[in-house]
Design a protein around this ligand. Structure first.
Ligand SMILES: Nc1ncnc2c1ncn2[C@@H]1O[C@H](COP(=O)(O)OP(=O)(O)OP(=O)(O)O)[C@@H](O)[C@H]1O
Length: 299
């Protein structure tokens, strides 16, 4: 599918409420065609920043633009940006279909789009049930359906993984991947890195309203290492390139800069035994805690 590719540019964005600066001098870009995770502990300023992107909150200074324009100047804002903020904003007496019809009418979407989305988001049996009985997972789906009504090129989703079980997360991952592969810009917030690490390509991490890291997840997490268990660990360490290896435990080495097959081949060439070889990816939860920990604010 072709369509406009619209980057989100946040430049020196700042929001003050009275004496409190809740978003401070934030600058980052959200690229089209990938899923970007917007991460930070509770109260870091994620929702406020996303609301500023959609004009729901006005910045104290700085700008947030979508495809080069502030939200208010977009020709068709509701069809350009789909946003999801509150997982509970449904009329309890409305069915999922009623809810989508109301929003479709407000944003000028054809009724056929409602049926299409109910199918796409797997509402088969639940489309005509009242939302008051919906699980959190169903609410998240309905929210997503609402955000997708105008077939937007940009999606801003505040905590879409909240309350989803593993099957729901896997479904969400596939859906977001498909939307990004269509060239859309997808920004999802979360305060739990482990929740989104399977969903995102890029990360923007904030703490107390300030940027602490931005870039591809693979770059922030660093390259994987190989963990080798061998009764010949000392001889294997001597055979590996100097500086590529460090002890990781009894009979265990951590190897950098070589992948698992290269380590296995090298051990075989030296007739050394290998009992276990594991490719270890960075501990992303640790990385997130390191990036966002705040000794001053600790109790
Ligand atoms: N209208 C408002 N008036 C005053 N303070 C506000 C207002 N809206 C948000 N804040 C404060 O701004 C800070 C950032 O809130 P925000 O909801 O943007 O954080 P968040 O990163 O989305 O947090 P969470 O993960 O808990 O949703 C918080 O301290 C919050 O109390």
């Amino acid at each position: 599918m072709t369509g406009e590719r619209l980057a989100i540019e946040v430049s020196r964005l700042t929001k003050r409420y009275g004496d409190a600066t809740v978003v401070r001098d934030l600058t980052f870009t959200v690229a089209p065609g990938v899923v970007t995770g917007f991460l930070g502990p509770n109260g870091a300023g994620k929702t406020t920043t996303m609301r500023m992107m959609t004009g729901l909150v006005s910045p104290s200074s700085g700008t947030a633009t979508i495809g080069g324009l502030p939200y208010a100047r977009l020709a068709e804002p509701a069809r350009t940006v789909g946003a999801m903020f509150d997982a509970n904003a449904f009329h309890p007496g409305h069915t999922a279909r009623d809810h989508l019809r109301v929003y479709a009418a407000m944003s000028g979407c054809p009724d056929g789009r409602v049926t299409e989305l109910l199918d796409l988001l797997g509402f088969t049996g639940a489309a005509d049930r009242r939302t008051r009985g919906f699980s959190t997972g169903m609410r998240q789906r309905l929210n997503l359906a609402t955000a997708l009504l105008g077939d937007p090129r940009v999606l801003l989703l505040d905590e879409p993984g909240n309350g989803l079980d593993p099957a729901g997360m896997s479904w969400l991952r596939d859906l977001l991947r498909r939307l990004a592969d269509e060239g859309r810009t997808v920004l999802i917030s979360s305060h739990v890195l482990s929740e989104v690490q399977q969903l995102v390509d890029d990360l923007v991490v904030i703490r107390r309203g300030e940027l602490v890291a931005a870039g591809p997840l693979s770059r922030l997490a660093g390259p994987p290492t190989v963990l080798v268990t061998s009764p010949d660990a000392a001889a294997l360490a001597a055979a590996l390139p100097a500086g590529a290896v460090e002890p990781a435990g009894p009979g265990q080495l951590r190897v950098r800069g070589l992948d698992a097959p290269a380590v296995a081949d090298l051990a075989a060439a030296h007739r050394l035994r290998v009992h276990e070889l594991v490719t270890a990816h960075a501990d992303l939860e640790r990385l997130f805690l390191d990036l966002t920990s705040d000794p001053v604010a600790a109790p």
